[in-house]
Design a protein around this ligand. Sequence first.
Ligand code: ATP
Length: 502
Amino acid sequence: MSSPVIELDHVSKRYPNGFVALEKVCLSLFPGEIHALLGENGAGKSTLMNILYGVHEPTEGGVLMNGRQVIHRRPADAIANGIGMVHQHFKLVAPFTVAENMALAARGDRRKTFRRHHDIRAFMQRYGMDLDPAAIVGDLPLALQQRVEILKALVNDTRVLLLDEPSTILTPDETRALYDTVRHICEKGTAVAVVTHNVDEVLANADRYTILRRGKTNGTGLTESCTPEDLVEKIVGRAVATGTRLGALRHAGDEQMRITAGNLRSASGSPGLHNINLTLLAGEVIGVAGVEGNGQTELFELLAGQRPLDSGAITRSNADVTIALVPQDRHHEGLSLDLPVSHNLLYPKIMQGGYRRFGLLNHAAIAERAREMIIQSDIRTPSHASPVRSLSGGNQQKIVIARAMAESAAVIVVYQPTRGLDLAAAESVLMRLVEAADAGTTVVIISSNIEELIRVADRIVVMNGGRITGEVAGANMSIERIGTLMTSGRGIQAQAAGAEHV
Ligand SMILES: Nc1ncnc2c1ncn2[C@@H]1O[C@H](COP(=O)(O)OP(=O)(O)OP(=O)(O)O)[C@@H](O)[C@H]1O
């Protein structure tokens, strides 16, 4: 076997607040291999990737490249040593072309290579990619924007490529295509580390895995010799029954909201909405499926009251129909990162004048309620007073969901509720949404994860190109049927015919 390109040698990381996020972790990445990094929310995966990429320095232990210790004080040091990273939140310049974005990432003389489109195409083809260098990045679908990020990470003679949860924004087909590309990259001798929560994806694509549990290594090895159950048990510490339907089919109640012949104009990067007809009933879970960028964001904004329709109508059955939201972009819309966990959890109530005594905020009451919510939603935080910025991505997400659930609204609209959550946390969020519907709440789940929707929804509407291309319910909710509606170009005809109901 070849020797590792990069190793972590008994690395520990203590954050300034004293929290130990990694404890004596060892990791070896080999050339030509895909190494999956797994672990529940807050296990230390991002901390580990950030150490590899020079964002953080280890408190103890060392980083070795080709057997020699290296010190990466900042990402520029890691990049200079051949390490590239693709973050979950893309760092692209949207109005620039693919070529311009690549040139911006290139260091020194390599920039010249990325001036001529001919050379850029040759570079892409080395890795089995074929994008138009002149395409404006902001106009590309997310899956292709991700390819541009990967290309950017490769431009500096990269020997180690780090991918942070790359599949969360992709459909199953796009995920397969992503791993085809990653395999091409490995074949050039690059070592790839991928953070993911998806065990099936690991077993289908990775060569090796390492599991972190509460900052320590809890298993590492070759994927060929393990089963999904082995991995889940090591990640969560117990078996998790995923895959089965959660809750029985419900009987929907009265109408809560209705969109009638709703239209929003298309704009650059937005398909708009076209002749949307959707009735939301009490006590049902409505799934909205679709490849990202096909009108789901616009539908969310419409239901949230953030955008008026250009034509058509959106009505609530009465003034008591309140709406709670879990937005897609939790960092910008969902959280105040520098405020404590407690204030983020109780933000709506505090803004409505709650938790006050003699006109001042009642901090003791806020802390008490926040502690209850932290336990109920299993939010891993040192305390209710910790700034949200210091929590892991998955635990930040649990805050947004817990807050929306606590509003006891008539309608709750959630965008990709389990994105970035570990298996057990995802299961618990889905369960809570189902329970809310059982108690009479209308739950709208917008998700590109079809399996998840089938497990919880009573009916699923499918969007493509800003149109509802069909609706399936009960036993007709199959991956094949929904997948066909997601990619079919039948939007206009289906809507004209009142959409397809199965
Ligand atoms: N800047 C920080 N200050 C203090 N604690 C931090 C800081 N960043 C992360 N942590 C803590 O370190 C632990 C590990 O966080 P990390 O982001 O590495 O987890 P993760 O495995 O990537 O989780 P997720 O799957 O939710 O993204 C968490 O408990 C988190 O609260």
